[in-house]
Design a protein around this ligand. Sequence first.
Ligand code: C5P
Length: 272
Amino acid sequence: MKLEAYAKVNFTLEVLGRRGDGYHELRSVVLPVSLADAIEITEDDEISSDSGYGENDLAVKAARALAASAGVDRGARIHIEKKIPVGGGLGGGSADAAATLVALNEIWRTGLSREELSEIASAVGSDVPALTLGGAVLMEGRGERVSRVESVGVDLVVANPGVECSTATVYSACRSFHREVSPSAAMIDALAKGDLTAIAGSLMNDLERPATSLCPAIGRLSDDIRSLGAKGVLMSGSGSSVFGIFSSQSDAAAAAMSLRKMNYGAWSCRTI
Ligand code: C5P
């Protein structure tokens, strides 16, 4: 079975507090985008992947988690063609894990709903439940509480400065915020209405400031995307990728071309 493993961007990322288990309590509006890895899964005796990540491969972890919780004793060979930059805040590894859960649920005929799959997904990684549920999602807790939200398609450029940001270091440099009114609520409203100006105006990420202090290249990339006419610009997840919102696919494609000439990795894509 062949399928696309969609990357994600965070249109909001609120850090609400630090938990006893070292993770942070979050509220985030997460959207899958058309930038994707290509995955091919075939049934096999053992669970294996040719990604080269060994036991750290989130797709392998996802396959094992599904086999354990559905009580199946079957294997699968997972082939991943990487297009999503690794360690870039775009959920590359999580996307592969989510696609693996969805595919193996069919191949192994485990018959679970997307909601049931996304519960299994929370043991694999914080971003996996959102990508497993599919579509625009409000993600809460550590990432394990997910619910669908309504959204129009938004044209984006996603770009990477070529430096990796350690997720754990960025989180530990972040202070948490208590807000009376959730910025995510305004984003959910803007996405449902398809109001691009309100969507651009509601973009926020509490990890952007600490990540930019640790990695100044993120700030320079953001300025460059802004200078190409983006309606809104934000770092995704814990960085280092940054995305810009554009009014049309052709504007996003032109911006991606300009960014590539500036030696950034850059892709024009659309939210799904
Ligand atoms: O769950 P995942 O492996 O994606 O998380 C990577 C790291 O990001 C964690 O070890 C933690 O430092 C940080 N993190 C966090 N709070 C979250 C999600 C991730 O502190 N909700």
